[in-house]
Design a protein around this ligand. Structure first.
Ligand SMILES: [Zn+2]
Length: 148
């Protein structure tokens, strides 16, 4: 079930990053800005309708979302070979259902803390993947997930 947000919602109004893949239900965007520099390959999975929680989705929607999040995890692993992936869903600031898929390295600026915690060290130089590389890895992992 979707709802009408009480205030203008930034994820209803705009993609939230460079769109790398989308289907009728959700989109995968590349996170830009300083987070994209510190964690190259950082993607978000954004549900198309304005819903707040995973449990607002019907069973098929939940399965689809979790399937897409898992496929994005695989794609990010293949694209940037991180030491770890962090999955997170908060929506405290933007209560529109979205998941963060965050590649982590042992020498990244916040490891082993969450990326929203206090930094542990400077951002290391790391080569960001081309968007085409991310797109190709996403298509390989996601095309079989697409729902009609
Ligand atoms: Zn929204």
């Amino acid at each position: 079930m979707s709802e009408t947000p009480a205030a203008p919602c930034e994820l209803c109004a705009q993609p939230g990053g460079e769109t790398l893949w989308e289907d009728a239900h959700c989109r995968v965007v590349r996170v830009g800005g300083s987070e994209g520099v510190a964690f190259p390959g950082f993607c978000r999975v954004v549900w198309r309708e304005h819903v707040r929680e995973v449990s607002d989705l019907d069973v098929a929607g939940r399965r689809h979302l979790l399937g897409v999040v898992t496929a994005v995890e695989r794609a990010v692993r293949n694209a940037v070979l991180p030491d770890k992936i962090n999955l997170a869903a908060f929506g405290n600031k933007v209560p529109h259902l979205h998941w963060h898929v965050i590649p982590r390295w042992q020498d990244d600026s916040h490891f082993p803390e969450a990326i929203w915690a206090a930094p542990q060290r400077a951002v290391p130089a790391r080569i960001a993947p081309a968007s085409e590389t991310l797109r190709r890895c996403l298509h390989e992992a996601l095309d079989e997930m697409r729902m009609p």
